[in-house]
Design a protein around this ligand. Sequence first.
Ligand SMILES: [Zn+2]
Length: 153
Amino acid sequence: MNYEPKFIVDFMCGRLAKWLRILGYDAKFSRDTSRNKILMDSLRENRIILTRDTRLSSKKAYKLILIRSDKVREQVSQVIKELHLKLDKNKFFSRCSICNVVVQSISKDSVRDCVPQYVYETNDEFFYCPECKRIYWQGSHYTLFVKEVEKNL
Ligand SMILES: [Zn+2]
């Protein structure tokens, strides 16, 4: 199944949106508390609503998952299980966790003055977010994260 789900996450599950982005998924965060607006975005952009709001009706959405836990790990785990998502390590950190934008590759030379010396010396691949200009690299946090994900999910 090559279907790549997209999400819209309600304001009560902000950390869940961040995690899904780190895993490589398009997860739009809805600051809007209006139910109609979330439902409209869901239908218009084929986004699965992730919400803790029991009054949102799945009948009016593209698809809706009612998030049961208030713990972010259990929330991520629920989404992965219900949608049978196959996590792809190559996609981890492919999106800016703040902006939900796909990060772009950037040459090592051009980040020399923007990252700590140690990071510059120990990494060859760098990425940047075209939106907020943050620079990303697959440092030790990446390996730790992958291990953590494999352990918990
Ligand atoms: Zn960004």
